[in-house]
Design a protein around this ligand. Structure first.
Ligand SMILES: [Zn+2]
Ligand SMILES: [Zn+2]
Length: 186
């Protein structure tokens, strides 16, 4: 397979950007990942039908925004987020380099999405004391909540019922503080 060239057209841009969301949680050097929101394969890579072939989506954005992939090179994700298609996070490297990078992959210093596992970002759960990434965990909960808000509302309702006095006291305390602030401002 020779070096493939892709010309950017309005149509291609429209097609691509319809399926891309700028990440709020995954970054590489302060630049957010472009998450592929359409079909994702089991290997975690985004896939799209392109020029009559099913291709990895990050390859398509690399070809479109950076240029042909030199023969024998593989595209590596600098951000380690497989479904990211941000061309600034992609690098065409040799197979040997790719192997070296994946062997020295950061298993415990970073989560699968590439967030650094600092003490603040590490969340220990369950009896097995499994470490997980707080950023990812919070994003997962927020997603679940967006998709299905009712159980969360129910939880809040139950908490309020069970801790009626506490919630009431807290509300009174809040009102008292607000009155005080107003008095001071006046
Ligand atoms: Zn990325
Ligand atoms: Zn994470």
């Amino acid at each position: 397979m020779g070096a493939m060239e892709v010309t950017i057209t309005s149509r291609l841009l429209k097609r691509l950007f319809k399926k891309i969301a700028v990440s709020k949680t995954n970054f590489y050097n302060n630049s957010p990942c472009w998450e592929w929101t359409a079909y994702r394969c089991e290997d975690g890579y985004g896939r799209s039908n392109f020029q009559g072939k099913c291709q990895n989506s990050h390859r398509v954005t690399y070809l479109a925004f950076i240029g042909p992939i030199p023969d024998g090179r593989e595209i590596d994700h600098l951000c380690k987020v497989r479904h990211c298609v941000n061309p600034a996070h992609l690098e065409a490297i040799t197979h040997a380099e790719n192997v070296r990078r994946s062997e020295s992959a950061r298993p415990w210093t970073h989560c699968a999405q590439g967030h650094e596992m600092t003490p603040e970002n590490t969340y220990v759960k369950g009896r097995r004391q499994k470490r997980s990434c707080r950023t990812c965990e919070l994003a997962r909960i927020a997603r679940k909540r967006r998709e299905n808000p009712e159980p969360f509302r129910e939880k809040v309702r139950r908490y309020r019922e069970a801790n009626y006095e506490k919630v009431l006291a807290k509300g009174r305390e809040y009102d008292r503080k607000r009155r005080e602030r107003r008095k001071q401002a006046a």
